[in-house]
Design a binder for this molecule. Structure first.
Ligand code: M6R
Length: 602
C-alpha cells in the first residue's frame, strides 16, 4: 500500500527519502517518486517498479544545504501503475503526495477542468495540487490557500504539499490515513508510519484525524476545525521490527486486522454501482471460452476451490480446480477453449509457475490472480488481476486468501455480466453483498477476546476436523491448514456430509470439531451432520449466527443475507482461533517451523 516520507532540513534529502521509502517497501508498491525544493531549485524524479529504478534515476542527483522534500511509494488504485500516475503530482509550481482516497475527486476534477486545468494523471491525488493552486490565485496567503483546499476534500487522506510559492515550508493534513511528524533539533520529518524515521528523528507526534498545518525549520504549527492547537511530542521507538507490526504482536495478527481495509482496496474501481469492471482484462480473453481450469497450491488452492462453486453457479461455466503439483505430472488433456487461471500470493510458486507454462505450451489463454506485480507468474500470463492485499509477511496466509477469494467472486460476476448469465437484479444484489464484506472482516475486541479465552481448551486432543458444506468446505480446508501451519496440531478440513463415510469413526471427546454452520446455506443439512458427531461425543465448537444447543463452545456470527458475507466473517474466526492456539503453545506464529513464505522449489 502507499507510503509517504517527507523531510525538511540540511541533511542529504535524496538519501533520507529513498531510505525512508525503502523502509515502507514491505507494504507493497508499484511505483515511487520524490520531489525536492532547495531555494529556487526544484527537482522531481519518478520511476515505476522497484525503488532500485528510482535510485538509478537519481544516482547523479545530490542535494546540498537547506531544503524541503517529499517522497511516495504508490500502490495503484485510481489508474494504472505508470510514471504519470506516480506521486509526487505536479501543478504549475507545487507538488503533492497523498495516501488514501479523495471520494469527491471526480466532482473537483470536472470543476478544475472547466477552469482550464489540464490533468496529466488518472489519479484522485492530482486534484489536490490543482485545487491548491486555484485557491492560491485568489488567496495569496499560502497557508490559507492550503486550508481552503483540504476543507474541500472528502474521504481519507494523509497528504504533504510543497510549493515554490513558499520554499521553506511543508504543508500537511491528515484525515483517515495515518501520518506522523518526527523531530530532531530543527529538522522535521514526516512519514505514514514509524519505520522510515526511526534512527533519524528522536521524538514524534502522531497526527489525529482532522489535523493539518505547516512545518518550517524548528517550527511546526498544528490546526484543526477549532483553530490552532498545541501538541505534545513523545519519544520515538528505536525498534524497527516492532514498528513495522504497527503495535500488533505478530505480522499474521496485523494482517488479519488489515483484511477489512485491503478488501476495500481490492474493490476500488472494480466494484461499481451496478456492474463489475476489470480495466486490466480485455473481454476478448473470454472469447470462445467454454471452461475454466484453475491451478494453485496451499491457501491459493482453497480460494480456487471456493470459486469453482461460484463460476458454475453464477457464470454458468464449467470450472475444474487442480493442485499445481499434481497437475504437472498427470499428463492432462487440455483444450484451447479452456481459460487457464493460476492463483498465487507470491507469484513465484514453482509448481504453479510450471503448470502455467504447460498450459501455455498447449496454447491455452492464461490469467493470473496474484498479489505481486511483475512476479514470474504475472509476467508469464496473458493477463493478470492484482489482489492488492499489500505485502504479506506472515507465512500463514490470511489477507491474501481474503483478497483472492474476493477477486474470484468479482470475476465470476464479471463473466456472468459479460456472458449474460445473470440478470441485472441478481448482479445488484451480489454487489450490495460485496460492499458488506469489509464490515464482516472487522475484528472486534470482543471477538478476539472470546477466541483468546476459548483457545485454552484446544491445545491437546487427537485432532481437529473443520467441517462445512458448499463454499464452506474449502473454508474448512483453509481453517484446518491455518491451524496445522502454526499450531503443529493435526487438523483436517472435511465436507460435513462426508463424515459419516469414514471419519466419524474417530469421534470421541478428544476429537475437536470446528463446525461452520452458516444460516444462508444448507443450515439444516449441516446441523444434522453436527448432531451425528455430537451423538458420538465429539467436542463441538460451532460457528454460526444461530445458537446451537449441542455445541460445547459457540462463536456467534452476524445474521447476513449472503453466504459470501458469512464466509468472510467465519474465515476471520478460524484465523483468530489458529493464531490464539499457536500463541498459547508458544510457537513462532510468523515463521512456523519447516515452512517458507514463498516455495520456489518443486
Ligand atoms: O504464493 P502462493 O500463493 O503461490 O503460495 C502457495 C502456498 O505455498 C501458500 O498458500 C501456503 O500454503 C501458505 N503457507 C498458506 O498459509
Amino acid at each position: 500500500m502507499c507510503g509517504i516520507v517527507g523531510y525538511l532540513g540540511n541533511e542529504e534529502k535524496k538519501e533520507i527519502l529513498l531510505d525512508g521509502l525503502q523502509e515502507l517497501e514491505y507494504r507493497g508498491y508499484d511505483s515511487a517518486g520524490i520531489a525536492v525544493i532547495e531555494g529556487d531549485k526544484l527537482n522531481q524524479f519518478k520511476a515505476i517498479g522497484k525503488l532500485e529504478n528510482l535510485r538509478e534515476k537519481t544516482k547523479n542527483y545530490h542535494t546540498e544545504g537547506f531544503g524541503i522534500s517529499i517522497g511516495h511509494t504508490r500502490w495503484a488504485t485510481h489508474g494504472k501503475p505508470t510514471e504519470l500516475n506516480a506521486h509526487p503530482h505536479l501543478g504549475a509550481y507545487s507538488y503533492v503526495v497523498h495516501n488514501g482516497i479523495i471520494e469527491n475527486y471526480q466532482e473537483l476534477k470536472v470543476e478544475l477542468q472547466n477552469d482550464g486545468v489540464n490533468f496529466l494523471s488518472q489519479t484522485d491525488t492530482e486534484t489536490i495540487v490543482h485545487l491548491f493552486e486555484k485557491n492560491h490565485k485568489t488567496n495569496t496567503n499560502v497557508f490559507s490557500a492550503f486550508e481552503e483546499t483540504i476543507q474541500r476534500l472528502d474521504g481519507a487522506y494523509a497528504t504533504l504539499l510543497i510549493t515554490e510559492a513558499d520554499p521553506d515550508t511543508i504543508y500537511f493534513a491528515k484525515n483517515g490515513s495515518p501520518m506522523l511528524i518526527g523531530f530532531n533539533g530543527d529538522d522535521v520529518y514526516f512519514a505514514s508510519s514509524d519505520t522510515p524515521i526511526i534512527g533519524k528523528a528522536t521524538e514524534v507526534y502522531y497526527l489525529e484525524d482532522g489535523e493539518y498545518g505547516y512545518a518550517k525549520q524548528g517550527e511546526v504549527k498544528l490546526f484543526d476545525a477549532n483553530g490552532k492547537k498545541s501538541f505534545t511530542k513523545q519519544a520515538l521507538t528505536t525498534d524497527k521490527v516492532s514498528a513495522q507490526k504497527d503495535g500488533y504482536r505478530f505480522f499474521m495478527e496485523k494482517e488479519i486486522y488489515e483484511q477489512s481495509r485491503v478488501m476495500t482496496d481490492t474493490m476500488i474501481g472494480r466494484v461499481l454501482d451496478e456492474s463489475i469492471a476489470f480495466d486490466e482484462i480485455d473481454t476478448a480473453l473470454f472469447d470462445s471460452i467454454k471452461a475454466i481450469k484453475i491451478c494453485a497450491c496451499g491457501t491459493s488452492y482453497h480460494s480456487a476451490l471456493t470459486s469453482a462453486y461460484l463460476f458454475e453457479r453464477i457464470a454458468k461455466v464449467r470450472c475444474d480446480i487442480e493442485i499445481a503439483s499434481e497437475f504437472r505430472y498427470k499428463e492432462p488433456l487440455l483444450t484451447k477453449d479452456t481459460l487457464f487461471i493460476t492463483i498465487s500470493q507470491s507469484g513465484e510458486t514453482a509448481d504453479t509457475l510450471e503448470a502455467l507454462k504447460m498450459a501455455k505450451r498447449a496454447g491455452l489463454k492464461s490469467l493470473s490472480i496474484c498479489n505481486v506485480d511483475n512476479s514470474s507468474i504475472v509476467r508469464e500470463s496473458d493477463a493478470a488481476i492484482l489482489t492488492r492485499a499489500g505485502i504479506e509477511k506472515g507465512v500463514a496466509s490470511t489477507k491474501a486468501f481474503a483478497t483472492q477469494t474476493m477477486v474470484l467472486w468479482m470475476l465470476t460476476l464479471y463473466m456472468g455480466q459479460e456472458r449474460n448469465t445473470i440478470s441485472k437484479e441478481v448482479l445488484k444484489t451480489e454487489i450490495d453483498a460485496m460492499l458488506h464484506a469489509p464490515k464482516a472482516l472487522i475484528v472486534t475486541d470482543e471477538l478476539h477476546a472470546k477466541l483468546h479465552r476459548l483457545s485454552k481448551r484446544y491445545l491437546h486432543g487427537h485432532g481437529f476436523f473443520f467441517i462445512g458444506r458448499d463454499i464452506f468446505f474449502p473454508l474448512a480446508l483453509e481453517g484446518a491448514l491455518k491451524l496445522k501451519e502454526i499450531s503443529y496440531l493435526h487438523a483436517e478440513g472435511y465436507p460435513a456430509g462426508e463424515m459419516k463415510h469414514g471419519p466419524i469413526a474417530l469421534a470421541d471427546s478428544e476429537l475437536f470439531t470446528i463446525a461452520l454452520m452458516p444460516k444462508t446455506m444448507h443450515y439444516d443439512k449441516i446441523k444434522s451432520n453436527v448432531e451425528e458427531l455430537s451423538a458420538r461425543d465429539a467436542t463441538i465448537l460451532a460457528i454460526s449466527p444461530e445458537p446451537f444447543e449441542l455445541a460445547d463452545d459457540f462463536v456467534q456470527t452476524q445474521y447476513s443475507s449472503h453466504p459470501m458475507v458469512e464466509f468472510f466473517e467465519m474465515m476471520v474466526v478460524t484465523q483468530l482461533l489458529a493464531l490464539e492456539i499457536s500463541v498459547r503453545l508458544g510457537n513462532d506464529v510468523d515463521m512456523p517451523r519447516n515452512l517458507a513464505k514463498s516455495v520456489t522449489v518443486e
